[in-house]
Ligand binder design. Structure first.
Ligand code: AMP
Ligand code: FES
Ligand code: ZN
Length: 316
């Protein structure tokens, strides 16, 4: 098989584009795809400072490397979630990348910040770890961007992520979530930072190939809490469809954005105000993050036959 651009021996085939590329042409192709996504979706303006959320995995390190090469002024943000052997490795890869390229990096230790690691939070709130983790990540990332004066936060969600999430939301007709499934979430409140997903046209496989060809060392393991997650099942199903019908994955997500989401967005009417506890944007009086943290601080103490709830850790 030959490279569609230069006719050299191809290293990777991209069936949904009916194309194959040698290493250098693939790198240029992927970077062009990301640049086009950024421009067509008006994600980043020239010269804008971008806070890049970097876990140390293939997607977020691919994103940081592409943005760096495209000339954006980036700062990395890593959340150390305190998950067993998994978190230290992701932090190590992120710090190594920042150091190698002399890029600024902010690290937030979730335990230091909130009093609890993600597994401790799960134990105390009796919620699945991924649910408390997702809420904490969104909250802490938004807060870090606001405090650092960044107009925009970029995450490494790829085409596989968004197509699988779309399938899950359609299967359960999660209309509110579908409405929010946009490549760009605008800053709809002064306490919300604009968020963008520049890798929505890049698959997981392509992010891996990009990191390997660029020599970017990433954390290969999945979070241990993700094992058995339904999102992985949906990814698998979407990939099975893609294998027999190349292009389906991208069309599924893109056509949803073009044909369905505009109708949903028209019906979106949420009023946001400031959380009474922390000041971040929320629909209720107290935001979901503050409510979760309040629950986590409460420890049920059994004294005789009376069950009493006490506050163990003072609010941050
Ligand atoms: P995930 O929800 O784990 O699939 O991650 C989606 C995106 O969120 C990643 O590509 C990163 O941009 C960001 N992200 C996830 N975990 C972290 C973390 N621990 N620190 C910083 N960013 C993260
Ligand atoms: Fe959050 Fe796994 S990364 S629970
Ligand atoms: Zn709050």
């Amino acid at each position: 098989m030959k490279c569609s651009t230069c006719q050299a021996k191809a290293a990777i085939e991209i069936r949904r584009h009916n194309a194959a590329f040698c290493g250098p042409c693939f790198l240029a192709h992927l970077e062009r795809q990301v640049q086009r996504t950024i421009e067509s979706e008006k994600m980043l303006a020239a010269g804008e400072r971008v806070l890049v959320a970097v876990s140390g995995g293939k997607d977020s390190l691919c994103l940081w490397e592409v943005l760096r090469r495209l000339g954006y002024e980036t700062t990395g943000l890593h959340l150390d979630l305190g998950i067993g052997d998994y978190s230290p490795e992701g932090r190590k890869k992120t710090e190594a990348y920042a150091e190698a390229h002399d890029l600024p990096l902010q690290v937030i230790e979730v335990k230091e910040e909130t009093g609890f690691s993600i597994p401790e939070l799960a134990g105390r709130t009796r919620r699945p770890p991924c649910s408390g983790c997702g809420l904490s990540k969104r909250y802490l990332m938004n807060r870090a961007a606001l405090e650092g004066g960044f107009p925009v936060l970029a995450t490494g969600h790829n085409l596989d992520d968004v197509a699988a999430t779309l399938l899950g939301n359609v299967l359960h007709w999660q209309v509110e979530q579908l409405t929010r499934m946009t490549p760009v979430r605008p800053a709809s409140h002064p306490r919300l930072v604009k968020t963008v997903k520049p890798l929505i046209r890049i698959t997981e496989r392509e992010a891996v190939a990009y990191c390997l060809l660029r020599g970017t060392d990433y954390h290969e393991d999945e979070c241990p809490n993700a094992a058995g997650a339904t999102l992985l099942l949906y990814k698998d199903i979407v990939n099975q469809i893609e294998a027999v019908s190349p292009g389906s994955k991208q069309a599924f997500y893109q056509e949803f954005g073009k044909r369905v989401r505009p109708h949903l967005a028209a019906s979106e009417t949420v009023t946001l105000r400031e959380c009474e506890a922390c000041g971040q944007a929320t629909t209720g009086e107290v935001c979901a993050y503050c409510r979760m943290m309040e629950r986590a601080r409460q420890v049920t103490v059994r004294r005789g036959r009376v069950t009493r709830t006490v506050l163990e850790v003072p609010p941050a």
